[in-house]
Design a protein around this ligand. Structure first.
Ligand code: ZN
Length: 270
């Protein structure tokens, strides 16, 4: 019988010797920084492929491995498809750019800076103004467990009602979002959009963001149908979340996206 108690073993029981993604280990912080920045660029490119751009809105962040009080993010007013290694910026919790030539998105540092500062365990975060997630955010209700995929968010996301609809350039808004991110991987900010955070990797935060947007699209389609869906029972939803909703599984889901980007968008590394 499969050992379902170990989150990392569910997809690799007795598959030794076969090709399977493995997260590398690093000799130096510089090596790890290079890896993390490349994956941050990859996450931005993945967002572009999903059509998540909306003008200059949207920001993705990773904590620096050597200086945890600093984080890397995408540059202000650069399309997700044009983000690359050379235009990433390093920012502190107050929103000062300490490395790089581009400006920072002010709303980005207000939200992400507060979360990174208040939650030392959170290493990556994603936010964008997506079509379905933003629409769903107006409903002020959590995402019900309508599918196995949606179960990944069961009791693992919150709806933030504070500062709803007010543009998040005040540090007060950062406090509301930060307080909501206690022990969950995602938040639906009413009248604003989706946010995800990861205690593991930017790949995980990015994949769960893509998944959450997709779940919101599916939920809105069900709502529009006028039919009541059959929900997964709470016990089963919890079990599914534990086994297919972890940070590791999010990281694993991102690997085919990353491999495709490496082959099709080599300018990521410029
Ligand atoms: Zn926003």
């Amino acid at each position: 019988m499969l050992d379902l108690g170990s989150r990392e073993s569910i997809y690799q029981p007795t598959q030794e010797g076969l090709t399977f993604p493995v997260r590398p280990t690093f000799e130096t912080p510089a090596e790890e920084r290079q890896y993390l920045k490349e994956r941050l660029v990859g996450a931005c490119r993945a967002f572009a492929l999903q059509g998540f751009d909306y003008g200059f809105a949207g920001h993705l962040t990773i904590r620096d491995p050597e200086h945890p009080e600093l984080y890397w993010t995408n540059p202000m007013a650069v399309h997700f498809r044009q983000v690359k290694m050379s235009n990433l910026i390093l920012v502190d919790h107050r929103g000062h750019v300490v490395e790089g030539t581009h400006a920072v998105n002010q709303a980005g540092f207000v939200l992400h800076g507060a979360v990174h500062e208040d939650h030392p365990d959170i290493v990556a975060m994603c936010h964008a103004h997506t079509t379905y997630g933003t629409a769903y955010a107006s409903l002020k209700r959590p995402l019900p467990p309508i599918t196995q995929d949606a179960c990944a968010f069961f009791e693992d996301h919150v709806v933030i009602e504070d500062e709803a609809g007010q543009v998040a350039v005040e540090t007060r808004a950062g406090g509301s979002v930060s307080a909501a991110f206690k022990g969950v991987k995602a938040a639906i900010h009413q009248n604003h959009g989706l946010l995800t955070a990861s205690r593991h990797s930017i790949e995980s935060a990015a994949f769960w963001f893509i998944a959450l947007e997709r779940c919101c699209q599916q939920q809105l389609a069900i709502d529009a149908s006028g039919h009541a869906p059959t929900l997964v029972s709470p016990d089963r939803a919890r079990y599914s979340r534990e086994h297919v909703g972890s940070d590791y599984i999010g990281w694993l889901h991102f690997q085919p996206i990353w491999d495709d980007l490496v082959r099709t968008q080599p300018d990521m590394f410029d």
